[in-house]
Design a protein around this ligand. Sequence first.
Ligand code: C2E
Ligand code: MG
Ligand code: MG
Ligand code: MG
Length: 275
Amino acid sequence: HAKRLGVDSFQQFTTEIGEALHSRLALENDIRTALAEEQFSLHYQPQYDAQRRVQGFEALARWRHPTRGWVSPAEFIPVAESSGLIVELGLATLALLRRDLDGWRVRGINCPTVAINLSWEQCRKPQHRERFLQQLRSLRLEPQDVEFELTESADFEDIDTPDSFIFTLQGLGYGLAIDDFGTGYSSLAYLRRMRCRKLKIDRLFVHGLSANADSHMLVESVVRVAHAMRMVVVAEGVELPADEAALVTMGCDLMQGFGFCRPVPPEEVAQLLVT
Ligand code: C2E
Ligand code: MG
Ligand code: MG
Ligand code: MG
């Protein structure tokens, strides 16, 4: 009997793996189609200073699947990364930003610098880096137009190599931000060496910080360290007025979160800039 059970659960196990693999491959194919048929767009989430003035935006990829509707980046970004499609998606994202910047410009809207998320998979291979730089050049995306966010990760070790893409981008004048700070593995030594312009504290530490002594202490310390390194500090995921007040008291430079504004389509960016 025990043996039978084992065989059954093994079959169920392989069926589950088969299904997971199938849906992953289906998603991969759907992303390929979505790139070809231009189903992706960008939404923009504003970043506010202590006076609640918009000082910048983060561009976030959005995918409207023809049958499934909106698919979350939490679902398609990891698949795009593991399949290598993130390279194409990253180039498409720059083209979408160019289109939106042009649209704003013809309407007389002067948009502050937009941050684009960059995946480590886009930075690893020389031919991918070169295509990215080529795309920036041919779209004429200048350092005042765009900056880049890189999620803190163990890959920060890559910056030891002299031809690091981070330094290439910085050398061209582009601003860089460390994203989701506090969730990865980077050490203070890497922080110092990278000389990024911005540090974005992950919402894991931000949400509810005014009522949580540990979070409050951690965020306050990070703000102080970042400022000592002349970095601009951005708090992510600010939802509560009490957290906003605490962040302002700490001297946190910029805040981003549903408490201020959700990511909006490009048509809605103009009304956020008139204050
Ligand atoms: P991220 O770069 O940390 O972006 C912030 C995420 O937090 C966004 O989720 C945003 O909608 C969400 N968010 C903002 N404020 C709040 C808040 O107050 N509360 C909560 N609960 N969430 C908030 P989204 O758009 O689903 O993106 C998820 C992740 O997918 C991003 O995290 C980023 O790592 C990745 N991603 C999105 N677009 C791109 C892209 O174009 N390229 C790459 N490589 N990654 C992208
Ligand atoms: Mg980001
Ligand atoms: Mg991120
Ligand atoms: Mg983040």
